[in-house]
Design a binder for this molecule. Structure first.
Ligand SMILES: *Cc1c(COP(=O)(O)O)cnc(C)c1O
Length: 217
């Protein structure tokens, strides 16, 4: 079972980093995966999942949540303002909050709903033009704006550039979190979660290592 192997690797990385075993949350990213793979992991007892699209998640998770009580669902991909309401209905945490307009829309929906998912501010640590996330120099301002709107900011999130050493990006994210007094760090994927744990990740987002390769065909 790959899940057990990943948990063991997580424990070892936590111990190497002098952290408590079990202190990192494993978000199993189930996007694009066939339902039977997702069901198998649910049946093994895992309850924390991630999706990157509101629409795709809306198609499968309402039924799965009913069949497997206790599921926590994280939106790890970008969120459009016109999907905020739907996202509130489905997700317990939103990981790609990256602009003022979205913060304001979330604040409005939080007022209406009387509750709000946990938020992670996505930082574009590689300053890549095509990638979501607030520019590192604008991160403090966006965090402050979200806090002023009374939103539950749990921490920061990043996706390092493909061709760069991820640990440098994890370290930068940890630094921005620390100077803002934030404890949550959503960083690390299948290829680099041990390095992320070494740098203090509280949430790792692991897809293919849990479920197998995604088939986009
Ligand atoms: C798909 C995805 C992941 C998981 O990627 P793997 O490489 O399969 O572990 C993590 N984070 C985000 C934002 C994703 O979209």
């Amino acid at each position: 079972m790959p899940l057990e192997e990943i948990k063991e690797r997580m424990r070892q990385a936590e111990v190497r980093a002098g952290r408590d075993p079990g202190s990192t949350c494993l978000i199993a990213v189930s996007k694009v995966q066939p339902l039977q793979r997702v069901t198998a992991v649910l049946e093994s007892g895992h309850r924390v999942y991630g999706e990157n699209k509101v629409q795709e998640a809306s198609g499968k998770w309402p039924d799965l949540k009913e069949a497997f009580p206790g599921v926590t669902l994280h939106l790890v991909g970008p969120l459009q303002t016109n999907k905020v309401k739907a996202a509130f209905e489905l997700f317990d945490a939103l990981h790609a909050v990256d602009r003022s307009k979205l913060v304001q829309k979330i604040a409005g929906q939080a007022q209406t709903a009387g509750r709000c998912p946990e938020l992670f501010i996505q930082v574009n640590t590689g300053e890549e033009p095509q990638k979501a996330g607030v520019h590192p120099r604008d991160a403090d301002g966006l965090i402050e704006e979200a806090r002023k709107a009374d939103l539950p900011v749990a921490g920061l999130m990043c996706i390092p550039p493909q061709d760069e050493e991820p640990s440098l990006h994890f370290a930068l994210l940890a630094k921005i979190a620390e100077r803002n007094g934030l404890s949550g760090l959503s960083m690390g994927m299948s290829a680099d979660f041990e390095s992320a744990i070494a740098q203090g990740a509280t949430h790792i987002r692991v897809g293919s290592a849990v479920f197998g390769a995604r088939d986009y065909g």
